[in-house]
Design a protein around this ligand. Sequence first.
Ligand SMILES: Cc1cc2nc3c(=O)[nH]c(=O)nc-3n(C[C@H](O)[C@H](O)[C@H](O)COP(=O)(O)OP(=O)(O)OC[C@H]3O[C@@H](n4cnc5c(N)ncnc54)[C@H](O)[C@@H]3O)c2cc1C
Length: 392
Amino acid sequence: MKYKKIECEVLVVGGGVAGIAASIKAAREGASTVLIEKNSFPGGTGITGLHRFICGLYANTEDVPDKILNKGIASEICFMLQELAPEKIPLRMGKVSVLPFATSNFMSVLRSLSEKEKQLDIYYDTRAVSAKTENNTIVSVTIQNLNKKFDIIPRVVIDCSGDGVIIKLSGARYRTTPPDQRQLSGYTFRVKGLKDVDDIPAVKVPYYLAKAVEQKKMPFYLKYTTFTAGDDEDEGYCKLNIPPAGIMEREKQAKKDALLVHTYLARVLPVFNKSYIVEMSPEVVDREGPRLYGKYTLTANDVINARKFPDGIVKSAWPIELWDQQKGVRYRYLGPGDNYEIPLRCLISKDISNLYCAGRCISVTAEALGSTRVMGTCISLGERAGYGAAHW
Ligand SMILES: Cc1cc2nc3c(=O)[nH]c(=O)nc-3n(C[C@H](O)[C@H](O)[C@H](O)COP(=O)(O)OP(=O)(O)OC[C@H]3O[C@@H](n4cnc5c(N)ncnc54)[C@H](O)[C@@H]3O)c2cc1C
């Protein structure tokens, strides 16, 4: 069967934060760019995971206002978010700072930045379904929108799918962690109707859920649930940290877990008594997926020792944050004021000549991914991949 063909210089697959930044940058560098995204909106995990904070933007110092580590699109996004919500200023969380945001503002910033690029064509509700590779080069990618299929003929492809879709379809090598050692995935629900919310639910929610687990009232992993206050006084977010694999129909199971947690909290914690769920994540979101086999693989030692590289393109000071299936979360921090660099080689496939990656699926060890995967870093990785691909 013959499909309609679309030629472009840069094809970006996945419109999460990495893909949006990659496509904007490639287009700004003058490359005819196509972005495809399977959802009907931009932002990927940052939106479907109901995230509240952009992590990985700032230097690891006590400077006020916090210094942005990577200028460019990350700074533009911060500036636009702060214009929309001046009250949302960087917040100190333990030893690092984060930028709070409202989901709707984040989505509209990503849309308005990308939609004004003349060299960029965006296809939502469209997924990459196959790729043809000849002589270690991707020659075409077939995409599907409802029942229609098209062939994209790109010069370069950037895989920003988080799940390594193009890495796998093109036959490039990649690494994965065995399912039982993978980091916990996430599923969030938003509640309204809370009474007298202060910082205490953040402490009490895990405490009470740990007790319920001890009494065998719920599966053990639900004790890793966290609580964050929302924008309105009566609002809050509960983030469940759940096993990443092994469960068929995991959305169904996650929803059941969310209802179990909420019903229990409404019974034991007065602040939750009259609360009701107003929103749930549309899907379970993964911290870990396939990682490219790139020209360099960043390690935990590189991160912790604040290593710099001649081809370092993105800086990060975010700790290694590991959500272990048995032990919950552990942090390994860099020294005060330190940051490490991610070399360009982590974004380039060792096997496929015209394949770049950005965001979650770059070439790093599972431990290093605990630091590189946060959104602030993914935005800048996307931007640098977009630049590299446009000039390939
Ligand atoms: C539970 C949890 C909590 C987190 N909390 C935070 C936090 O508070 N702050 C923070 O900064 N980071 C957080 N992170 C990390 C962060 O959200 C992600 O690592 C980051 O958003 C990844 O961005 P990305 O662009 O690489 O990938 P994604 O956001 O996963 O985007 C990939 C995009 O590709 C699309 N796609 C997939 N397959 C296809 C296909 N075949 N065709 C077309 N499109 C496709 C997807 O729909 C998606 O939009 C968290 C992660 C998890 C799992």
